[in-house]
Structures are given as structure tokens and as C-alpha cells.
Design a protein around this ligand. Structure first.
Ligand code: XMP
Length: 512
């Protein structure tokens, strides 16, 4: 196996940790995220070119605040602390950290105060994004303050020991020049060459998958979306026809999706696909359940059971391939660090404990746009590469409350209209997702001369790079207007359409 140039990120629980990884990969440097408490020998074994300590929600003063293995501070290579990571550096290396009186959250202006390796080539003043409680009052000995904001030390460094800290978040888009800060760290300071790219990822993955699966058989859980399609293509490249794909109708797919996806996979992608209509059993288990987490768990469990049954029918199958992505991993369980659990994503958190198949998740370390690029390079048709993400628990998390056949039918029709109108207006590719949500309320309307008392559909469209953060999309009024007109005219049982104007955070993209 080729030794990859690697930068490691220690995760102290920030919701932005994944974004740091993304930015590093965008700079063509391979990186991995490890839990903050990873023992030093495991870190050292990866021979990192540099270490990044992420932000985190805790205060260094709190007794249960996370700390890395102390040997991390003696790492010979460069170390960059971001936000909480910077405070750890200051705290540990003898600086003075001030406990928070109040949090600072939002845009700030960073002013450079002296020459700096980390801020090399950047303007005197730049916009940065702050999100911190504590701040540094005095840096440790040997460090100089290289930039300030109105409220805090913005950046500090000790270039002789190659220790760097930034109070702001260079990884978020609200720090427009943040990428340059990270590039300075990766190339100027760590001396990386930037040799990681999608082609090298494909070559390495195919080799790894081949070695792991050996001569065994594998099953792939297709969802119709880009993630599982790419996972299937990668595995197919590695083990050929020993891969069988299964596409399950879980009863909460979009309109005509089961038939259309089956046909495309077989005809365009030449994969060996079995279609399983399990809608009745999913819907009967969902009946009467309105709690979002319960719905997710039920669908996750049932999904795996159906796969296991298929696996048994096929005889000796040992592996189950899933298109799990990095954001799914981090938001489901705090496997990589102490980040808070937000939702149980069905591909990860909902898995039953006693699964008899071994998981193969070749995209586990990738972000959505990286997966799309892998798909393109593997020859996936554009229609699939550009497809909006669709959650594993499907329309069940877009029906607030109980999932019933009437509601499902209504939502399917409304959702189809949203997709058609967005495509017609040419904005499909410009939004991350656009869909309809059925709300559990009825409202009064008037149609013809009569009073109506019917359901409300919420339209959601967001722009995002990776689903981790998202802004509501300012769809043109004409598009909203035609969506609304068509839904109330064509979908029986709906007399009101509203547009969701919330971003993530504080909302999430799906309603449940
Ligand atoms: P949220 O709602 O967490 O969604 O802001 C972020 C992105 O993830 C998709 N999503 C899922 N994808 N299984 C998936 O494969 C799931 O259980 C799941 N839940 C949400 C969502 O559509 C959005 O793109």
C-alpha cells in the first residue's frame, strides 16, 4: 500500500471538525479525523505531517473538558490549534486563558499585528468567523500575537517550535480567506505536497476493498441516490459480479421511484440488481408511530432485516456495502469525538446491534462533493451524479407525525410538483435539495364559494456544500408561485403552501 501524506485532525467535538477535514482535502492533502483522546502511539503510527486540534463546545476550565494525550504537545511536527484547540495550547503551554463572561459569536474583523508564517500573504485586515466562550489573555512564552480582533487575540504563533493557534474558524465560509490560512499551514508550514486526489482515492479504495472482501460475496444496499450508486460502482470495480445490489421499496420512496431506479440501474449501470417490494411490512411497523427518532430506528432496523433475508437467500454472503458518508458518521454517533448526537441517521445509528453481515463503507471518509467527483470518474450518468440527496428514512421524516397512506400519497404528488417546477426553472442543479414536507395541521381556506379545511405543505429548498450547514434558498418568486399554484390545484387535500426560510444551524435540513 502506498504511504499517503497525511495530516491528522484531533476532534474535540466542534460541529465544524468535518469542515476542517474538507478544506484540507480540497487542498489535495489527505487527512483523517481522530477522537481527541486517541493514544499517542496511534497518532504517531500514521506519521502525520502536521496535527490540527479542532474547536469544541467545552471550556478548558471545566473538569470534564477533553484533553489530548500529553505527548501531542511534544509532537516534533507542526501543530495548529483552532478555537478550543488554541485555548488548549495556551492553557497547557503556560499562557493565560480567561473564562468567558459571554460568548462571542459571528463575524469579526481580524487585524494583523506582525509578520506571521500562518497569515503569510494575507491582507492587513480580513473578515473572520468567531464562535467561542473563553479567550486567551496572554499567550504562552515563546509565542507572539500575530493578529487581533476587537475582543480577542485572533492568532498566535511560535514559529521556532512550529506551534500555531487561531481563535477564529478558518474552515467556515464566513471566513472568506480561511482556506489561505489553512494552505499556509499545510504547504508553507507542514511542507505537504498536495498529492491526494479523487483518482488516487479510487485506486486505493479498489485495492483495499478487493483485499478486504477477497473471494467472498457482497450485497449492496442501493437507495437510488448518488452515495450508494458510487459505493456500488467502487465495489463492483473491485470484485465484479460477486457484488449483488438490492433496492428495497421501504414504502416511503418518492413517486414512481422504485420502478424508475430499478430500470436505470439495470440498463445504464449494468449492475446486478434485485428489487424487493417490502413496503407493506415497513408501513405496518410505522403505523401509529410519530416520534422522529422511533421512525428512523424502525426504518433502519427493518431495512437491515430485509437485507439479511436477501443475503440468506443468496447463500454465502458476508459483506454489506453502504454509501455512508462522513457527515452521516459524525452526526449520528460520537465515534470520532465528543460531538453531540443530533439525529440517528439510518445508515449508522439505526443499525441493529446483532447484524450478521460485515459492513463495507467505502465512502465513510468522503464528503458529498467528493463522492460526486468519484462518481463522475467512475462513469456514473450525470442524472445520478447530480441527484439531490434523499434521506434513508425517506418521506417518513417529511411527514410530521404518523405516516399514513393518504398522507404519503398526498406528499408524493406535492413533492413531484416541487421537483418538476425546480427543474423547469433550471434551478435544480443550483440547490442542494428541494422537497415538500407534510405538516400535521389543517387550516381554513376558500375554494370556489366553499370553505375548505385541509392540509398544509411546506416547501423546503436549501443551498449547501455538504449538508453540514445550509442556507434556505432564495428561489425566484415565480417558481414559488407556480409550485404553490400547482400544489393547491392538483393535490387534493391541500389548501395552503408555505416556504421554509430557516437555515442550518439552527434548523436542520429535514424536518425530523
Ligand atoms: P439534516 O436533516 O440532518 O440533513 O440537516 C442533512 C443531510 O442528510 C440527509 N439525511 C439523511 N441521509 N440517511 C441519509 O442517508 C438519513 O437518515 C438522513 N437524514 C437526513 C438530508 O436529506 C440532508 O441532505
Amino acid at each position: 500500500m502506498i504511504k499517503r501524506e497525511t495530516v491528522l485532525i484531533l476532534d474535540f467535538g466542534s460541529q465544524y471538525t468535518q469542515l476542517i477535514a474538507r478544506r484540507v482535502r480540497e487542498a489535495n492533502v489527505y487527512c483523517e479525523i481522530l477522537p481527541c483522546h486517541t493514544p499517542w502511539p496511534e497518532i504517531e503510527a500514521r506519521q502525520p505531517k502536521g496535527l490540527i486540534l479542532s474547536g469544541g463546545p467545552q471550556s478548558v476550565f471545566s473538569p470534564d473538558s477533553p484533553h489530548p494525550d500529553p505527548a501531542v504537545y511534544d509532537f516534533e511536527g507542526p501543530l495548529l490549534g483552532i478555537c478550543y484547540g488554541m485555548q488548549l495550547l495556551a492553557f497547557r503551554l503556560g499562557g493565560r486563558v480567561e473564562p468567558a463572561i459571554r460568548r462571542e459569536y459571528g463575524k469579526a474583523e481580524l487585524v494583523r499585528t506582525r509578520s506571521s508564517c500562518l497569515l503569510e500573504g494575507l491582507p492587513e485586515r480580513m473578515q473572520v468567523w468567531m464562535s467561542h466562550g473563553d479567550h486567551i489573555d496572554a499567550p504562552p512564552e515563546g509565542f507572539s500575537i500575530v493578529a487581533q480582533t476587537a475582543n480577542a487575540i485572533g492568532a498566535m504563533e511560535d514559529s521556532s517550535r512550529r506551534r500555531y493557534g487561531v481563535q477564529f474558524h478558518p474552515e467556515v465560509v464566513h471566513t472568506p480567506l480561511g482556506k489561505e490560512v489553512l494552505r499556509n499551514f499545510l504547504f508553507g508550514i507542514c511542507g505537504c505536497s498536495g498529492d491526494w486526489n479523487v483518482k488516487s482515492f479510487i485506486d486505493e479504495s479498489v485495492a483495499q476493498i478487493g483485499a478486504r472482501i477477497g473471494e467472498e460475496q457482497a450485497l449492496c444496499a442501493l437507495s437510488g441516490g448518488v452515495d450508494s450508486s458510487v459505493a456500488a460502482l467502487l465495489v463492483h470495480r473491485a470484485i465484479g459480479d460477486r457484488l449483488t445490489c438490492v433496492f428495497i421499496d421501504n414504502g416511503v420512496l418518492r413517486k414512481n421511484e422504485f420502478e424508475e431506479v430499478l430500470q436505470t440501474f439495470r440498463e445504464n449501470l449494468h449492475l446486478n440488481v434485485i428489487g424487493v417490494d417490502a413496503s407493506v411490512r415497513f408501513l405496518s411497523r410505522l403505523s401509529g408511530v410519530s416520534d422522529p427518532e422511533k421512525k428512523r430506528k424502525i426504518i433502519g432496523e427493518e431495512f437491515i432485516r430485509v437485507f439479511e433475508e436477501q443475503a440468506r437467500k443468496l447463500g454465502e454472503v458476508k459483506f454489506l456495502v453502504q454509501g455512508t458518508l462522513y457527515p452521516d458518521v459524525i452526526e449520528s454517533v460520537s465515534v470520532k469525538g465528543p460531538s453531540a448526537v443530533i439525529k440517528s441517521h439510518h445508515n449508522v445509528g439505526g443499525l441493529p446491534e446483532k447484524m450478521h453481515l460485515t459492513l463495507v463503507e467505502p465512502l465513510r471518509e468522503l464528503f458529498k462533493d467528493e463522492v460526486r467527483e468519484v462518481g463522475r470518474q467512475l462513469g456514473l450518468p450525470d442524472l445520478f451524479v447530480r441527484r439531490h440527496p434523499f434521506p434513508g428514512p425517506g418521506l417518513a421524516v417529511r411527514i410530521i407525525g404518523e405516516v399514513e397512506p393518504e398522507g404519503l400519497a398526498l406528499l408524493r404528488d406535492a413533492d413531484k410538483i416541487v421537483e418538476e417546477e425546480i427543474r423547469k426553472a433550471g434551478v435544480y442543479d443550483r440547490v442542494w435539495q428541494a422537497f415538500a414536507v407534510l405538516l400535521p395541521v389543517k387550516s381554513v381556506g376558500v375554494m370556489g364559494d366553499g370553505r375548505t379545511y385541509e392540509s398544509v405543505i411546506a416547501v423546503r429548498a436549501v443551498q449547501s456544500l455538504d449538508g453540514m450547514t445550509a442556507d434556505w434558498a432564495p428561489l425566484p418568486h415565480e417558481v414559488l408561485s407556480s409550485i404553490s399554484n400547482r400544489i393547491v390545484n392538483e393535490v387534493r387535500g391541500v389548501n395552503r403552501v408555505v416556504y421554509d426560510i430557516s437555515s442550518k444551524p439552527p434548523s436542520t435540513i429535514e424536518w425530523e
